[in-house]
Design a protein around this ligand. Structure first.
Ligand SMILES: Cc1cc2nc3c(=O)[nH]c(=O)nc-3n(C[C@H](O)[C@H](O)[C@H](O)COP(=O)(O)OP(=O)(O)OC[C@H]3O[C@@H](n4cnc5c(N)ncnc54)[C@H](O)[C@@H]3O)c2cc1C
Length: 421
């Protein structure tokens, strides 16, 4: 297994621990009820994870984590990802919200929110997206006005997992309408029970159900100034820090989802017969399995490399995290579709779980920053790296047979009139 190369002995043990939890502690009944929207939020699941010290694995032990590296969290998440994106998200949210609280929160916020959250006693949610758009994050219009010892928050957020179900939200708000977009936003912690906070509408989702995804309204909500996370107008820095767990968890969860779909398809193709033989004997089937497992291994290697780059603080981490999110979620979608094709008609029914996996997998290409937004980041970072490389490779262009024909190297209109005229 590729994991054997990627993981330390301790990380392999954690993976088995989480696999055991997923096998023994999570019932099919929970998954089915969530998919039927009979459960609003999987609180017991979060509590069970907390009881086993499986939430926020990367955070230090003194706040309730295990002090592990990204590789460990990704390995654990791959196992949880088998359960689908809703439970994957419930597992990941403490890692995402926890990053903001751990890196920027006050001691009081860590005691009151971070520690209970990692014990599974408090459920958190994050609010970035607004009805007016998610990709244009810095265009946020939810306002927080500082009035003495408190803020007044007015606005709304959309598609918030845990809008119904969370105990507290971390909400990005505009705190300076005069400043440049990157210097105009702050992050506030808002308890669900505050007057004026309302989960307005729960969406009818294609998949990823049972997570309480809804619209959140803030109608002149009074929030104590001590609920500010980090400094005023420092939201951009926190946002960029939070986007690492936001995107790496999407990437890691997709690995588990894809692995699950492929396993179901591989087992099916080893039993199902057509034209007198097992369908896996047809190259049209077995080559799909080959393509899928290759894509899965490539995605896994990239996600782990991105995690290691983050842990090592490498400048390329931002690009690798975006690449991992894009590649792994695209691979997840493709692999789930290949799995359905291998199974044939029965895969399109709810006799097999592939149809739910496909419904779940589709979201991963959209949330936590769409894969188009990942492309924006990837190309931006790559150009920055390649054009500023202090030690580039040999002069590659000089290796062309007629590289000396400088007059033929025309890059813009002006040069057309000055070169070779
Ligand atoms: C089930 C679900 C759960 C979610 N959970 C949360 C949550 O818990 N918290 C939260 O804050 N948000 C959450 N989201 C929101 C999610 O992150 C956004 O939907 C996503 O960021 C895209 O924003 P948008 O839907 O407003 O699309 P838009 O930003 O309107 O984008 C629409 C399309 O335009 C493309 N586009 C936009 N700008 C560019 C550009 N510059 N270049 C190229 N293409 C571009 C996008 O890629 C997309 O294809 C959730 C969404 C869903 C559906």
């Amino acid at each position: 297994m590729l994991q054997d190369v990627l993981l330390t002995e301790e990380e392999r043990a954690l993976k088995l621990e989480v696999r055991d939890f997923v096998k023994k502690e999570v019932s099919s009944d929970l998954l089915k009820k969530m998919d039927l929207n009979e459960i609003t939020y999987p609180r017991e699941f979060v509590q069970a994870l907390g009881d086993r010290n499986l939430l926020g694995l990367r955070f230090p032990k003194d706040v309730g984590g295990r002090g592990l590296k990204w590789t460990a969290e990704i390995a654990a998440l791959e196992e949880i990802g088998i359960l689908g994106s809703s439970l994957g998200c419930a597992f990941s949210m403490p890692s995402i919200v926890g990053q903001a609280l751990h890196s920027f929160g006050s001691q009081g916020q860590k005691e009151r929110f971070l520690k209970p959250m990692l014990k599974g006693e408090l459920v958190s949610a994050e609010g970035l997206t607004e009805p007016r758009g998610g990709s244009d994050f810095f265009g946020a219009t939810t306002k927080a006005e500082l009035k003495g010892d408190h803020f007044i928050v007015r606005g709304q957020k959309r598609f918030i997992v845990g809008a119904d179900g969370a105990d507290f939200f971390i909400i990005y708000c505009k705190t300076n309408s005069e400043a440049k977009p990157h210097e105009s936003i702050s992050l506030l912690l808002i308890e669900a029970g505050r007057e004026g906070v309302e989960a307005k509408y729960l969406y009818g989702l294609l998949g990823t159900r049972g997570g309480g995804t809804g619209r959140l309204l803030f109608r002149d909500v009074k929030v104590p100034a001590e609920n500010l996370i980090g400094k005023i107008d420092q939201g951009a820095l926190i946002f960029n820090t939070m986007m690492v767990p936001e995107r790496l968890t999407s990437a890691g969860g997709s690995l588990g989802q894809a692995r699950a779909a492929l396993e179901v398809a591989a087992r099916y193709s080893d039993r199902r017969k057509a034209f007198g033989q097992k369908i896996r004997k047809f190259q049209g089937v077995s080559f799909k399995v080959a393509d899928a497992i290759t894509r899965l291994d490539a995605a896994r290697a990239l996600v782990h490399a991105a995690g290691q780059a983050v842990d090592a603080g490498l400048p390329s981490a931002r690009r690798l995290v975006s690449e991992a999110k894009k590649f792994s979620t695209d691979a997840g979608w493709e692999i789930c579709n290949l799995a359905m094709q291998i199974i044939g008609g029965i895969g399109y029914t709810n006799i097999f779980p592939i149809e739910k996996m496909i419904r779940d997998a589709r979201l991963a290409q959209i949330w936590t920053g769409t894969n188009e937004v990942m492309n924006l980041l990837i190309q931006h970072e790559y150009y920055r790296e390649v054009l500023n490389d202090p030690n580039p490779a040999r002069e590659i262009e000089a290796d062309a047979q007629e590289a000396h024909m400088a007059d033929e190297k025309v890059y813009d209109d002006d040069e057309m009139w000055t070169k070779g005229w």
